[in-house]
Ligand binder design. Sequence first.
Ligand code: GRE
Ligand code: ZN
Length: 329
Amino acid sequence: MKGKIVFEEHMAIQETLGNTKAFAGDSGKWEEFERQILDMDSERIELMDKNGIEFAILSNNAPGVQGILDTNEAIKVARKANDAMAEAVIRNPKRYGAFAALPMQDPDAASEELNRCVKDLGFYGAMVNGFTQKDVQDSAIYYDIPEYRSFWATVSELNVPFYLHPRMQIESRAPIYDGHPWLKSSPWGFAVETSIHALRMCGSGMFDDYPKLKIFIGHLGEHIPYDLWRIDARMEFSRRAYRGKRPLGEYFLDNFLLTTSGNFSDPAFRCCLEVVGIDRMFFSADYPFETMEDACDWFDATQVISEDERLRIGRTNAINYFNLEFLKK
Ligand code: GRE
Ligand code: ZN
């Protein structure tokens, strides 16, 4: 299929590059990842052309700004990453958009940077790499807590999506993975981290306060669609400190949108379509950690969807959602 649109597609600047290496470093592919994630002009555009991807919304690598302990440093690095994406968009305005990296260490600074990126730079929303560390290595701040309500007010008012991207749990908080570091990163731990964060948001009441919020999660929903029925069913027995006004599954269906990033499985795709419906499904690759070729070869051929549905998930859902009317010309 030609004209596909993708938006879990990572870039890095030197300041954020190193902290991805820890979970991509033993693959033997680091040199390739490094070359590809730093490039926004040549190889990336060639691969987009070759694989029928017309437009990509770029985002900073994980954990990126969320792994920076010093708040002022986080603010500076987020601005720098965002400026680098903005420049890439200026060089190739018909091929790229951008999601803001945000210094979540300080909710007000994050709001300010999101405002700047959306209003001044024309960004389409934010991508944040899971919980944020702050001040000390042993820290993990999740955004469902009351301190972030003013930030969510900004996101809601700007009417842009927030893409919640995985990161790896930090060593001191992950004894359950002892002896199994492979389990802690993208094979499993990424989805554990991200799904817990998403469920915490559902249970926090933040979607009662800001019902228009839209949170993207990738990897076909980070395991949640498969378990959505069970979560609601078992919560009949376990609702202590659940602060949502409605059943959890309703928030998941109303406030979350899913991409296919990094999960090119027909059975999992079928499950998502059945649980959340086609209007909440969007194609994405997860470049450079997945090749565009693998993502597109699967998506272009999967028999789980009709040709009309392929066009919607691969293109028109994104055009409508992000108002990419200029791509229709
Ligand atoms: C991802 O974005 O999904 C990712 C990383 C780093 C390593 C592996 C991976 O950001 O899948
Ligand atoms: Zn990713």
